[in-house]
Design a protein around this ligand. Structure first.
Ligand SMILES: Nc1ncnc2c1ncn2[C@@H]1O[C@H](COP(=O)(O)OP(=O)(O)OP(=O)(O)O)[C@@H](O)[C@H]1O
Length: 246
């Protein structure tokens, strides 16, 4: 076993993961992510994007293969070491916002910073700055239940960026946003990542989102492929969909 190349902050070799019920998640995926790079992991629904990000972030232990974060072998870590790594070095954005309902918006945003040891006052200042950047600064004292789903997602993005993680795993981060808001939020996310040197692994099935990344890897049925050719939707089916959506 060898350590990853120096310029890769994250590196995986021949990753395998099967879900508890036997569903194949990823099967033999290898990739490297360079420091400061924005890497899109694309592919259709069910292709293994979330599973891959979960293995890379140490959320689930890979059942085969290797994951390296710099010179640390994530695949050899126990649950506590992986949890510490996630807390101190990684950020995560889910497709749907998961905020602590009892805390207000700025407290939610400041939480990862405080868990890393930042004092409450400094954490609050940072949280408020990030909330402003994500256009939800005026909601800082509200509780999650008082916000729209799209606003909660902006808060979740601010919370993930506030500690300036070394690697940010963003799983369909703009899924709950309206199309018009998506581009703006994605630009804020990618600009913030670039200006703070945050490496981003961005799972998306949307080609426009993937185009914002520096590089793209594509998955199909848990494996890396060069391109995905999906069968065209028959015209009659397309018409049926249109009439249903009216
Ligand atoms: N918790 C789970 N238990 C069992 N099977 C799962 C679980 N999560 C995902 N799978 C299965 O693993 C495979 C990969 O799913 P995954 O969610 O990683 O794909 P994805 O590309 O992220 O899809 P989506 O875009 O829909 O989120 C799919 O066949 C899926 O049904």
């Amino acid at each position: 076993m060898e350590a990853p190349p120096d310029n890769d902050v994250l590196w995986a070799r021949s990753l395998h993961f099967r879900h508890q019920d036997g569903s194949p998640g990823v099967a033999g995926v290898s990739l490297g992510v360079r420091e400061g790079e924005i890497l899109a992991v694309s592919g259709p629904r069910g292709s293994g994007k979330t599973t891959l990000l979960s293995c890379l972030a140490g959320l689930v232990p890979a059942q085969g293969g290797e994951v390296w974060f710099n010179s640390q072998a994530v695949h050899r870590m126990g649950p506590f070491a992986r949890e510490r790594l996630r807390r101190d070095r990684f950020g995560w954005i889910d497709p749907a916002p998961t905020l602590v309902p009892e805390l207000n918006v700025w407290e939610n945003t400041a939480l990862p910073l405080m868990l890393r040891g930042t004092g409450r006052r400094r954490a609050k200042v940072a949280a408020l700055e990030w909330l402003e950047r994500l256009d939800v600064g005026d909601k800082a004292r509200r509780h999650p239940a008082e916000l729209l789903q799209a606003e909660r997602q902006r808060v979740a993005i601010a919370r993930a960026l506030a500690p300036a993680p070394t690697v940010l795993f963003a799983d369909e981060p703009t899924a709950p946003l309206h199309r018009a808001d998506r581009a703006h939020v994605l630009r804020t996310l990618t600009t913030a990542a670039r200006s703070h040197g945050i490496t981003v692994v961005l799972a998306t099935h949307d080609a426009e989102t993937a185009a914002l990344a520096d590089r793209k890897v594509t998955l199909l049925d848990g494996r890396r492929v060069k391109t995905v050719h999906l069968p065209p939707v028959p015209e009659a089916e397309g018409r049926a969909e249109c009439s249903l959506s009216v």
